[in-house]
Design a protein around this ligand. Sequence first.
Ligand code: PMP
Length: 405
Amino acid sequence: MNVMNLRDEFPILSRELYGRKLVYLDNSATTQTPDSVVKAITDGYTRTKANVHRGVHTLSQEATELQERARRRVAEFINASSHEEIIFTRGTTEALNLVASSMGGMVLGEGDELILTVMEHHSNIVPWQLLQARKGFRIRVVPVTPSGELDMDVYRSLFNDRTRLVSVCHASNVLGTVNPVASMIAEAHAHGVPVVVDGAQAVPHMPVDVRALDADFYAFSAHKMYGPTGIGVLYGKREWLEKMPPYQGGGEMIETVSFEKTTFAELPFKFEAGTPDFVGIAALTHAIDFMERVGVQAIHDHEQELLAYTTRRLLEEIPGIRIFGTAPGKCAIISFLVGHEHHYDMGMLLDKLGIAVRTGHHCAQPLMHAFGVEGMVRASFAVYNTIHECDAFVDALKRVSAMLG
Ligand code: PMP
């Protein structure tokens, strides 16, 4: 893969900060956007802007076709059986809120149990807690081992006749751990329990096949996969989506409305109240085109090379470094601390050297507590990062830890 050619498609990567070349290593928070996606957004506003599913006029039909083409493209990309199983949301967060509120509200009652894991992002914890306050079920939590893998013995032992649902991330946004979701789903299904998967950190980095996984629900965000912000996807098996009540009410999601009785639209529109970000949704097609043009497996392999190289250099050259998450096959995320240095200080100083990394709790406070820390520094990689940037990062971190140490 010629990364240098790819980088030309991302103008932001040639920015300079404080007189140095930007090294963008905050890709788990959001990836940068190629020209083709930006152009699709511009075209959406300058050529085809009209509300979708509403007008007979040509622009409205074109805008509708672009949105529905994106739905078919997403369905193919994750191997859903039908585009009707693809619901557009604002992001993973809204997708998980939708499942918790609609499906969780249906299956979880007092005395029931929901299984989560300690490595979940707050987006896969708080929506369930909001529901818990109304429904009074119990949340059981799978812990992690010191290498940052789920304790599968505990997972298996948590199932009982009150277990109604499992919700788990495919890959951790802190540890990089790729959870064995296929076998976790098989285990849950053997107990008659459906599984929600938070795929926000998986879809950008590896091929995902929702039918091979047999996931009941699968959520992810466009902005983490070279796409526009404000767009997310919820895949749900038709058999579930058909049974579930709408999440929000409004335009688009109805069939007929009267004060006596309102009936709801067919899938997927039953779950898409109001005017969607149809411009962004249409642009998501181009993000998928970009990923497939490069090759999802090639993206994965390139990121793995950067991960292995950077990890080796960090361990050899930064005394006192502690890397959180050492599971085999983890995705290209390195969360770390050095000695007793504060994560925030390291992040600030790295920024002054042109290196963009994340600091803090990474929206995973329970996981921070499990490791006995308040925050970490996180470097996360994408397809456009280079070995040269990994060197710049390690060299900058050497300087920063010498300065702080
Ligand atoms: N889950 C995981 C694992 C994530 O990494 C993120 C984003 N950091 C989210 C959920 C939330 O995604 P969004 O903010 O795009 O809704």
